[in-house]
Structure formats: structure tokens, C-alpha cells
Design a protein around this ligand. Structure first.
Ligand code: NAP
Length: 257
């Protein structure tokens, strides 16, 4: 559609952890809106690749393990080599490990913080260096979308490193927005509620927990990765050019209770 501010035609998006779950939902939603998609994955993303290409846009796969920051520069370089530039970065890859705070190990602390917070920061830094150059040449804004959590706002139980990492994602989203808004980049986050993915499979399978969760969600259902995809398209589009440092809850009303 002509002059549609939500359209992403000709834009280049990169999504981490895009082989499955929320990352796959976001990659497909960005493709439906017209973006070419760089799929960053640790496990084979063949399904995501076919779903993206079925939308008539280009897909490029980069295999990378984000438990260290070693691949961050290579990922951005390869994305730019493949499609000429990078307009949109979605930091989705993440893990959660559970144990009582009294027993939580340093190993589990580091494992979660390394993927959810450290790799997110250094990949974003590498991408933003490229985006500021491109924004100054073309006048086109870069878009960064971080995947936060309800535990960006709440404490949770038995997930200390996850809560620390996702609270950190909220803080970094605001810091990066403050520094990079004048340089032509929008930085925002999405805080998903309970979304049906591998991450939450055990909760969905537990009859009691499943019932308790559904009773508290005003929408009365688990979210679908496509629900997060819609919010990502908005934040990645020029319709959101004046949205900065915002953490958008997509939670079926969970936080409103
Ligand atoms: P998921 O299905 O388990 O997907 C997580 C993704 O992150 C997978 O693609 C996974 O790759 C990737 N990943 C994990 N460690 C990685 C590493 N070291 N290097 C590269 N990729 C790595 O879970 P999801 O629910 O879609 O989660 C996606 C994001 O949403 C996470 O940041 C999560 O914290 C957040 N979130 C989810 C929910 C929810 O209810 N589902 C709620 C709030 C926030 P592999 O497949 O190779 O492991």
C-alpha cells in the first residue's frame, strides 16, 4: 500500500534466536510486512527460512552461538555483506534457568546473563555503529527492538538471573534510546506475557499451573508468537518514529490485573 507507515518494504531486518518460538513469529511478521530477514540461529532454522521466503522476500541465515560476544561483529558484517545494510535489529535469543535464590550457582547466573544481557548489548553496539552511518547517509532511521519480559517489571520466583537480565534489558533499552535517538535510531522493547513456545512447554503441560495462569490473563489464552510479531512490526516501522525507550507489554492484559 502506498505511503503505508507500517510497511517494511526494502528494509533489512536481523532477528536472533529466529529458528523457533517468538523469534520465528517475529521473523515471519517482518517478512509479511516486506522486510528481507537475516535469521541468526544456533539450531537449524530451515523452517523459518521457508516461512520467510514464502512471503516473497529474501532470507539469509547466519549460524551463531550467542553465549559469548565473539560472533557479534561477524554477524553484523555478514548481514551487511548479504543485503547491503541493516535497518532493524531484534534481540530475541534468550534462556531461563530456575533455582531458589539461596542455591543459585555462579555458572547459572553467568549462562543467563551472557546470552540475555551481555550478547544483547554487544550485538546492539555493533549494529548501531552500522546504523548510525547508514542513517546519516540515507536519512532512514535504524530500529532496535529488544525482547524483555514481565520480569522487567515484576520480581518472579526462582529465576534470579533471568529477572536480573530482563530488568537490565529494560534499563539498557532506555539508555540506548537516550544516546542514539539523536543519531537516528529508535530503541524500544517488547515485554511478552505468557507465550506458547518451547520455553513455556513445561508450564503449559502442568494442568494446575496452566489453569492458574489462564485464570489471571484477561484475554483468557496463551499468547502466540504472531502476537509478538505484530508489535515488532509496529516498533520497526516508521509509524513508531517518535516512540523511544518504551517497553511495550504484549501480555493479554496480565500487567493490568
Ligand atoms: P524458545 O522457543 O526457547 O526460543 C529461544 C531462542 O533463543 C531459540 O531460538 C534459542 O536457540 C535461542 N538461543 C538460546 N540460547 C542461545 C545462544 N547461546 N545462542 C544463540 N541463540 C540462542 O523461547 P521463546 O519463548 O521463543 O523466547 C524468546 C525470547 O522471548 C527470550 O528472550 C525469552 O526470554 C523471551 N520471553 C519469552 C516468553 C514466553 O512466554 N515464551 C515470555 C517473556 C519473554 P535454540 O533453539 O538453539 O536453543
Amino acid at each position: 500500500m502506498k505511503d503505508n507507515p507500517f510497511a517494511l518494504d526494502g528494509r533489512v531486518a536481523l532477528v536472533t534466536g529466529a529458528n523457533t518460538g517468538i523469534g520465528q513469529g517475529i521473523a515471519v511478521a517482518l517478512a509479511k510486512a516486506g522486510a528481507d530477514v537475516v535469521i541468526v540461529a544456533r539450531s537449524d532454522p530451515a523452517t523459518t527460512r521457508s516461512l520467510v521466503e514464502a512471503e516473497g522476500v529474501r532470507a539469509h541465515v547466519i549460524m551463531a552461538d550467542l553465549s559469548s560476544i565473539e560472533p557479534c561483529h561477524r554477524i553484523v558484517e555478514e548481514a551487511v555483506e548479504a543485503f547491503g545494510r541493516l535497518d532493524i535489529l531484534v534481540n530475541n535469543a534468550g534462556i531461563i534457568l530456575r533455582n531458589d535464590a539461596l542455591d543459585f550457582s555462579e555458572e547459572d547466573w553467568d549462562a543467563v546473563m551472557d546470552v540475555n544481557l551481555k550478547a544483547l548489548f554487544f550485538l546492539t553496539q555493533a549494529a548501531a555503529r552500522q546504523m548510525t552511518d547508514w542513517a546519516s547517509q540515507s536519512g532512514q532511521r535504524g530500529k532496535i527492538v529488544n525482547i524483555a519480559s514481565m520480569l522487567t517489571f515484576q520480581g518472579g520466583v526462582r529465576v534470579p538471573s533471568y529477572t536480573a537480565s530482563k530488568s537490565g534489558v529494560g534499563g539498557l533499552t532506555k539508555l540506548m534510546a537516550n544516546e542514539w535517538a539523536p543519531k537516528g535510531i529508535n530503541v524500544n522493547a517488547i515485554a511478552p506475557g505468557y507465550i506458547a513456545t518451547n520455553n513455556t512447554a513445561a508450564l503449559q503441560a502442568d494442568e494446575t499451573r496452566n489453569r492458574q495462569i489462564l485464570e489471571r490473563i484477561p484475554e483468557g489464552r496463551w499468547g502466540d508468537p504472531a502476537d509478538i510479531g505484530g508489535a515488532a512490526v509496529f516498533l520497526a516501522s516508521s509509524a513508531a518514529d517518535y516512540v523511544q525507550g518504551h517497553i511495550l507489554a504484549v501480555d493479554g492484559g496480565w500487567l493490568a490485573r
